[in-house]
Design a protein around this ligand. Structure first.
Ligand code: ATP
Ligand code: MG
Length: 561
């Protein structure tokens, strides 16, 4: 369950509430319009939570949120991306119902709108090269000048546009432009291109078209055709809004959507643009779009991030008009917050050191009864085999411990989680001085009861029974980049990859964990939160666990926060 108490009213929700109250709209339609040219990332989750969230909050007036694939560019789009996007939206807990759309289904409508603009003298076919167009566009201080082609008459433009569609021209030979204002202060209004020629195969329409509409032209028309009431987009599109409105004003559209901009999500230690994520995937710097170090939804899912943590995070950051960068630690905080409450506890030893329990035969203990959650008795307990040899974490033993160290050391006591108190009797080292074995004895009668008089025992440590414990591959993921703002790195973002973003180790895990289903999420007691990997974990055959997040924010400590 996500935390409803976090929801903040924001300026977009206020506008929507006003539009309903004033009767301007009887219902609300929003849309999430991804271009299927990559996998979704956590920034998209912000937009998804906003658009689908508004629809859910206004279900009393039958509000809807459309999932629309903005697939007007044939060159970079693939069906694989369409499927992954649907899966991610669903995983985030949202449902588009019957409202699944593809902008490519509207190609004829865009074309008809363009023809209308030509007939109204508001569009012309231009033969200028891209370079000539760039020069004539002028700049912020110099007005542009129109191409000679703008003098063409309606009939000539109609005929040329028809020939563009028929495939009579090569790519780049001509384009269709809107006739707006070559002196406009807003450069977007200086006769923007509406259509270009691309002899390319489209994933939906195949070879039916060889002219494709530009994003700025298609997007408002898509919204209007779907009767979207509020078209929510990120701030970069603010100065495209006059153009958006011009198209709505001048094309034969059935409705008038209102574009409202909000700040995009930026995260520290993360790159978010799909182009950069694609580069990481293509150059093999990560293992794929769902690499658990990526900020993709599929990566975060594989990393073990709960849906609720992402939704709570999106609520907590809220919706504003100001660009800023959010500390990734806040996202990790939400993940810990949910998992601390909901994840069952299990035991695993990542850096094993063997302990021989010498008086084990005297004790009738054959198993330990360990609670599944320290604060939640409803989660029950489990029975773990407990034999004469166990593994403990190497760092839980110190040959010469300082005063504040409460775990195991020579002649010291410590409790085994869910089991008895033990005392270290002796230890062995190899030729390099590395400790290889601890010998300890069990204090009789200490399971589930306090330390006897005179025995100091201030800590409980986790352990794994050596006979029944299982070897597992454990992937210790950390941040992919070692600097806060990888986009600003002089030598490029790939030059600041964190060399320690993945460490793969062999660990010892309690027997039941080996049989866990892929996707099973738990806390390895005292170590961190882990999830059975969705791709490589094979229950009972080959256990593979990913670290979702460490128990504490070690980065915050490092930078003195
Ligand atoms: P990118 O810049 O990462 O390539 P994009 O904006 O090109 O992303 P689209 O598929 O066009 O990706 O985006 C779909 C929707 O998601 C758009 O409405 C866009 O505004 C929104 N969106 C994309 N990135 C973010 C972000 N970082 N924060 C909030 N919303 C975002
Ligand atoms: Mg885009």
């Amino acid at each position: 369950m996500t935390d409803d108490s976090i929801t903040k009213p924001d300026f977009i929700r206020e506008i929507i509430a006003d539009d309903l109250a004033s009767g301007k709209h009887a219902t609300i339609i929003t849309r999430f319009p991804p271009e299927p040219n990559g996998y979704l990332h956590i920034g998209h989750a912000k937009s998804i939570c906003l658009n689908f969230g508004i629809a859910l909050e206004n279900r009393s007036v039958a509000a809807k949120c459309h999932l629309r694939f903005d697939d007007t560019n044939p060159e970079k789009e693939e069906s694989e991306y369409v499927e992954s996007i649907k899966q991610d939206v669903t995983w985030l807990g949202f449902d588009w119902g019957d409202n699944l759309y593809f902008a490519s289904d509207y190609f004829q409508f865009f074309y008809d709108c363009a023809v209308q603009l030509i007939k109204d003298g508001k569009a012309y076919v231009d033969d200028d090269s891209a370079e000539e167009m760039r020069v004539k566009r002028g700049n912020l201080t110099t007005p542009g000048s129109r191409s000679a082609c703008a003098e063409r008459g309606v009939e000539e433009n109609l005929a040329l546009f028809e020939r563009m569609r028929a495939g009579d021209f090569k790519e780049g030979e001509c384009v269709l432009r809107a006739r707006i204002d070559m002196a406009a202060a807003n450069m977007n209004l200086r006769d923007p291109v509406l259509y270009r020629i691309m002899h390319a195969h489209h994933h939906n329409t195949g070879g039916s078209w060889c002219i494709y509409p530009m994003y700025d032209f298609a997007h408002p028309l898509e919204d209007a055709l779907e009767h979207v009431t509020h078209s929510l987009c990120t701030l970069e599109f603010e100065n495209h809004r006059p153009l958006y409105d011009w198209f709505i004003e001048n094309c034969p559209v059935p409705s008038r959507p209102r574009q409202i901009e909000f700040a995009r999500l930026n995260l520290t230690y993360t790159v978010m643009s799909k182009r950069k994520l694609l580069q990481l995937v293509q150059e093999g710097l990560v293992t794929g779009w769902d690499d658990p170090r990526l900020p993709t939804i599929s990566g975060l899912r594989r990393r073990g991030y709960p849906t609720a943590a992402i939704r709570d995070f999106c609520k907590r950051i809220g919706i504003t008009k100001f660009n800023s960068t959010t500390d990734v630690a806040l996202l990790e905080f939400e993940v810990r917050d949910i998992l601390n409450r909901e994840a069952p506890r299990r035991m695993a030893v990542l850096d094993p050191l063997k302990v021989l329990l010498e008086n084990r035969a005297d004790e009738a203990l054959a198993h330990a009864d360990v609670p599944n959650h320290p604060q939640n008795p409803e989660m029950g307990a489990r029975v773990i085999p407990f034999g004469p040899e166990i593994w403990i974490e190497r760092e839980d033993f110190m040959e010469d411990p300082p005063k504040k160290f409460h775990r195991l050391g020579p002649e010291r006591h410590v409790r085994l989680r869910g089991g008895p108190i033990i005392r270290c009797v002796s230890f062995e080292k190899d030729d390099d001085g590395i400790i290889t074995l601890i010998r300890a004895e069990i204090l009789p009668g200490t399971v589930g009861s306090d330390a006897p008089e005179g025995v100091q025992c201030k800590a409980a440590i986790h352990w794994v029974d050596a006979a029944s414990g299982v070897d597992a591959e454990v992937r210790l993921y950390d941040r992919l980049f070692s600097v806060e703002n990888p986009d600003a790195a002089e030598a490029g973002f790939t030059s600041v990859l964190n060399p320690d973003s993945l460490k793969t180790i062999r660990a010892k895990i309690e027997p039941a964990l080996a049989g866990a289903e892929a996707g099973f999420s738990c806390q390895f007691e005292r170590v961190g939160y882990f999830v059975a990997d969705s791709k490589d974990h094979q229950p009972g055959v080959k256990p593979v666990f990913n670290r979702t997040v460490a128990l504490k924010d070690s980065w915050g400590k490092q930078s003195g926060r």
